[in-house]
Design a protein around this ligand. Structure first.
Ligand code: PLP
Length: 456
């Protein structure tokens, strides 16, 4: 590709280190520069419009041009552009947001701690579990069980939780005390003839064996996304979370639910916990909390956990952790406005009313020769590409069939991403309507035919 000197593309190549990017390919291809947003669309520097089929990074629930969020940020910038929350300081939007989150939490929660991202929040979940068990006189109860294929972020501790090779390879993670249980991926890992319920029982049995082998007195917490998102959009098999929770309760292992993608309407309930009957001890949120407009995440904890932190701060002088920008009044004001809009527009009701259409269009690809499985819930889904449908065999990753299809989607004006096993993810802004869903899947269908012709 010919990249003119001093173009924004050349300057980006010269100076900008991109996350989750093949750096060598980037030097040749340069960046894709998005300049504007308009509802479910984004517009690049050539003027081309794309449906953002992944809401950016599973986050821009209200699309890319919600004026009320821009106004909420501007208003707060003028009133108080920064304040922190250390040493009992705070500001009104942060108080209001904490109260609001407690009022809508999917299980009784006592306190909210603010972060700038999902990774930081999950990192803190680990610290809280460790701190709590030290305070409670259980210094050995420190292991955290995550799942292969789970995604919980990229800081050293959160990357340790994330069960995906590309997040861990060559980074010297996982750190000690992080274990990975089996992921609940029925399509690949159920045995022939096994029902979803039996598969769920087998997974719960596997988790219990892991806890017993490690010693329950050494296992502090289990962390899970209600639907695994970056791992390939994997909804749990029926009865999975009920059975997992029984195991955790039996061995006094706390349950941390990562609602970073599923929270705020994605699965057609306010939280994924509600969709799957999960009663968490602690919850992580981010992304949809501010519709992605400003960085903000949060940890919510039960009163039982909170009381241990109070005891710890009595012992140690303070609860010694915090981020300069955690609970920043501007993202807090934007998050509050986001939650107001979700309520006023009944965004959960909207998702419920169009989820059937989304899932019908998604599942209409099930008969395609390249589609091994279509799966999803609410307004999130994936189509997994396979070389051999009967054998459920994926393509050789070296062929990069998923990434190539994603590039074809770009040609047809659709942005999406290829996840593990060439699973193409769909997670559009929640404001999408039926005609937007049709347009998105029509564009995808054209791209799929292009790739089918290329590999035939
Ligand atoms: N948890 C889940 C479920 C996520 O999908 C992500 C990001 O995609 C994170 C945590 C990490 O969030 P962040 O990228 O804000 O650190």
């Amino acid at each position: 590709m010919n990249i003119p000197a001093n173009s924004p593309h050349a300057r980006d190549i010269a100076c900008h280190l991109h996350p989750y990017t093949n750096l060598e390919a980037h030097e040749k291809q340069g960046p894709h520069i998005l300049e504007k947003g308009d509802g479910i669309y984004v517009i690049d520097d050539t003027g081309k419009r794309y449906i953002e089929g992944l809401a950016g990074l599973w986050c821009a629930s209200l699309g890319f041009s919600e004026r009320r969020l821009a106004e909420a940020a501007a208003r707060q910038m003028e009133i108080l552009p920064f304040y922190h929350n250390f040493a009992s300081k705070t500001s009104p939007p942060t108080i209001d947001l904490a109260e609001k989150l407690i009022s809508i939490a999917p299980a009784p929660m006592s306190k909210v701690f603010f972060t700038n991202s999902g990774s930081e929040a999950n990192d803190l979940q680990i610290k809280i579990a460790w701190y709590m068990n030290n305070v409670l006189g259980r210094p050995k109860k420190k292991k955290i069980i995550s799942r292969t294929g789970g995604y919980h972020g990229v800081t050293v501790a959160a990357a340790s939780l994330t069960g995906l090779p590309y997040v861990q390879d060559a980074f010297d993670v996982p750190i000690a005390n992080i274990l990975h249980a089996d992921q609940p991926h029925f399509y690949h890992f159920a045995e022939p003839g096994e029902s979803q319920e039996d598969y769920a029982s087998r997974l719960a049995g596997g988790l219990e064996k892991m806890i017993l082998d490690e010693g329950p007195e050494t296992v502090a917490a289990f962390i899970a996304e209600p639907v695994m998102a970056a791992g390939g959009v994997i909804p749990p098999p029926r009865t999975y979370f009920g059975k997992i929770q029984e195991v955790l309760r039996r061995h006094d292992v706390m349950l941390i639910v990562d609602e970073v993608v599923c929270g705020f309407g994605r699965t057609a309930s306010m939280f994924g916990c509600e969709t799957y009957g999960i009663r968490p001890d602690a919850v992580t949120v981010a992304k949809g909390l501010s519709s992605g407009y400003l960085p903000i995440g949060a940890v919510m904890i039960s009163d039982e956990i909170y009381q241990a932190l109070v005891e710890g701060s009595r012992k140690h002088g303070l609860f010694g952790t915090g981020f300069t920008y955690g609970g920043h009044p501007v993202p807090a004001a934007v998050a509050l406005e986001t939650l107001r809009i979700y309520e006023e527009r009944d965004i959960v009701g909207h998702v419920r009313s169009i989820a059937g259409h989304f899932q019908k269009r998604l599942n209409s690809f099930a008969g395609h020769p390249l589609a091994g499985e279509t799966r999803g819930v609410g307004l999130i889904g994936a189509i997994e590409l396979v070389e051999d449908k009967g054998a459920r065999k994926n393509f050789d990753p070296a062929l990069k069939v998923g990434p190539r299809l994603v590039n074809k989607c770009l040609d047809h004006g659709l942005i999406t991403r290829a996840m593990s096993n060439d699973s193409i993810a769909f997670c559009p802004p929640l404001i999408i309507d039926e005609s937007g869903i049709d347009e998105m899947f029509d564009r995808f269908a054209r791209a799929l035919e292009d790739i089918a012709a290329e590999i035939a």
